[in-house]
Design a protein around this ligand. Structure first.
Ligand SMILES: *Cc1c(COP(=O)(O)O)cnc(C)c1O
Length: 386
């Protein structure tokens, strides 16, 4: 196996899920986001671990992602968060993937596909999406009742739930908090309209992503949809320090460690340059470590200017010069005790020798931890630790 690998601590994932479970109301269901290959962590293994924790729903973004889980034997409900195209609808229904719907044309596609099921003893559940202010998918509240009636009037479908999604629930700014409160109110209005004086059951109502799950417990409703916190990271502005101050910290452990090895150490004289564009030159005589990890592994080329460091034997060393497609170079300094084949850790769990997390790199490079872990490419083998 390549020495560049992503260690995936399924034990930490389970610990995070258990801690989230303890934090939410006992009656609230969990829908864990395992879309985008579980934010880069490996969807099948993560879904299996989540199922062992008794999670009721898994969320995916594409039908293929849902089919991958079914083929691996996942029995939990699977919620499709994004829209699919007409060609994908039959596979979605065959694999019992629950779509988010909000218009008659799309609802009819699912009704048609559901009419081809062998076992039609139960109606096929769909969840009605409400756009309360994310501006992505969902109906306006004025349309919610009509759409709910339409779903229940089809031969094969039933309203299994209602959902909305927050745009700024991970922000502490007061204007954003007001916006989130407004979104929730709007969603409640849609739910109450759909109930139609008790004639229609809106099903499982859910709106809370990671940020709302932790920070706005009053919005947990029937189900929460955490993503990033499963993988050990707080959402953006809602940091560990924020929750400590608030008195509701929750123990989250990073699940992924990205590591490689020093594949060569080379002596560099003062003035010698490194890499494409010759953006870095040795200020003194020094030792340069060559690492076999590059932007085709997910270590973005744009990180070259952000002074990213790697940890070797408990000490940090800077990546120097431009990150190449498959390799990058690290300045070890003039006198070094680093040896060839020593482990170099880019980010992750302390127990693996990491000195920074994906969140630290995200902060340095102007992005979010989500992007760092989900960008680790297929070429990097995932090594699962139970
Ligand atoms: C990705 C996603 C989530 C999870 O978001 P986190 O911020 O990672 O918790 C929840 N709901 C929807 C609709 C999503 O697309």
């Amino acid at each position: 196996m390549r020495c560049t690998k992503a260690i995936i601590h399924l034990d930490n994932l389970k610990s995070n899920i258990i801690n989230i479970r303890k934090f939410i109301k006992p009656a609230t269901k969990m829908c864990v986001a395992v879309k985008a290959d579980a934010y880069g962590h490996g969807a099948v293994e993560c879904a299996k671990a989540a199922e062992e924790c008794g999670v009721e729903f898994m969320a995916v973004a594409t039908v293929d992602e849902g089919v991958e889980l079914r083929n691996a034997g996942i029995k939990a409900n699977i919620l499709l968060l994004s829209l699919c195209c007409p060609e994908e609808v039959p596979a979605a229904v065959e694999n019992e993937i629950t779509p988010l719907v909000f218009d008659k044309e799309y609802i009819s596609l699912f009704d048609m596909a559901a009419s081809n099921r062998k076992d039609k003893s139960k109606k096929y559940p769909v969840h009605l999406a409400v756009d309360s202010g994310m501006g992505r998918i969902g109906c306006h509240y004025e349309q919610a009742l009509e759409l709910a009636k339409f779903i229940n009037s089809t031969e094969n479908l039933t309203l299994g739930g209602m959902q909305t999604h927050f745009a700024v629930s991970d922000s502490v700014e007061s204007k954003n908090r007001k916006y989130t409160a407004h979104q929730h109110e709007y969603f409640m209005k849609a739910i109450n309209a759909v109930k139609d004086d008790g004639k229609i059951d809106p099903g499982i109502c859910h709106c809370a992503n990671s940020a709302a799950t932790l920070d706005l417990p009053e919005y947990q409703m029937d189900m929460v949809r955490p993503g990033i916190i499963l993988y050990g990271y707080y959402p953006d502005q809602l940091t560990k320090e924020y929750f400590e101050k608030k008195g509701t910290p929750i123990d989250l452990k990073p699940v992924m460690t990205l590591e490689t090895e020093v594949t060569a150490i080379r002596k560099f004289p003062k003035g010698k340059s490194i890499g494409y564009g010759r953006t870095w030159k040795a200020k003194t005589d020094t030792n340069i470590a060559v690492l076999t990890i590059g932007y085709a592994d997910g270590l973005f080329r744009r990180f070259s200017t952000s002074k990213i460091e790697v940890a070797i034997n408990g000490k940090s060393y800077p990546i120097c010069g431009r990150i190449c497609m498959d390799q990058c170079m690290v300045d070890l300094g003039k006198d070094t005790d680093v040896k060839r084949w020593d482990k170099a850790v880019i980010f992750g769990a302390k127990e693996d020798g990491a000195l920074q997390t994906a969140a630290d790199i995200a902060k340095k490079t102007g992005t979010i931890s989500y992007e760092i872990t989900s960008a680790i490419t297929k070429r990097v083998p995932r090594v699962f630790v139970k």
